[in-house]
Design a protein around this ligand. Structure first.
Ligand code: APR
Length: 228
């Protein structure tokens, strides 16, 4: 069965990484416009690098949890073709055994040169003056898709959604498009849709089924039923 899974910050919450819109979320401590927009980066690149350096350190110190590992198990079942699309910039899916994960909002583990487009493995700490290894210009930035920028690999995502027979959203509040609209795209071409989330999301009513609870409980149970 063709399965497309969209994950958000909630799948990494039990690994100790902050989500965005909870009471103690990242957007309570930082203004989005200051640390997650191109304008914010132009205004204060050192602040933005510090924000992502801190998130990179926390992500590297975190461990994948049972939900990440369950999705990797599902990918390993030859009866299913599983595409994992994540809004997350941590690499816990990969460290939990998943492969070919589509990071539509980029990732903390690569650095990007704003001048020549070169990408390379991100060092622990990045700073505005870091020269690009290819063009040597001090134009490095986190390889993160900021608000107002185009998410990565949208063509591949659209193709996967078109072919999906089952679409699952896990740990996302459904507040940010285009990810929040994937459920309708999948349903429009016949997929059954399910939401696995701690709380109701902005899109819960659109799903065929919604299960409530922590991802480390919901996801292994859901995967075990699919693997049989
Ligand atoms: N298990 C399952 N779901 C959880 C858990 C958990 N342990 N903890 C939190 N959640 C759910 C919350 O109920 C919430 O619906 O995860 C969701 C997290 O929502 P957000 O904090 O809004 O994160 P997300 O949906 O990934 O944000 C999407 O917004 O700020 C941008 O680019 C950023 O990728 C991010 C995008």
């Amino acid at each position: 069965m063709n399965i497309v899974i969209l994950t958000g910050a909630g799948i990494s919450a039990e690994s100790g990484l902050a989500t965005f819109r909870a009471a103690d979320g990242l957007w309570e401590e930082h203004r989005i416009e200051d640390v997650a927009t191109p304008e914010g980066f132009r205004a204060d690149p050192a602040l933005v690098h510090r924000f992502y350096n801190e998130r990179r350190a926390k992500a590297r110190a975190a461990r994948p949890n049972a939900a990440h590992e369950a999705l990797a198990r599902l990918q390993g079942d030859p009866r299913h073709r599983v595409t994992i699309v994540t809004q997350n910039v941590d690499d816990l899916h990969e460290r939990g055994g998943a492969s070919a994960v589509i990071h539509m909002h980029g990732g903390l583990e690569t650095a990007l040169c704003a001048a020549c487009g070169h990408r390379w493995p991100a060092p622990a700490e990045m700073a505005p003056a870091d020269p690009c290894p290819r063009c040597a210009r001090p134009a490095t930035r986190p390889d993160i898709v900021w608000f107002g920028e185009i998410p990565y690999r949208m063509d591949e995502i659209a193709e996967a959604l078109e072919a999906a027979e089952l679409f699952a959203a896990i740990g996302t509040s459904g507040n940010v498009y285009p990810a929040a609209g994937f459920v309708e795209l999948a349903a429009a071409t016949g997929a059954r849709t399910i939401e696995l989330n701690l709380d109701a999301s902005s899109r819960s009513s659109v799903f065929d089924e919604a299960r409530r609870g922590p991802a480390t409980q919901l996801v292994p149970d859901w995967v075990d039923a699919l693997i049989g």
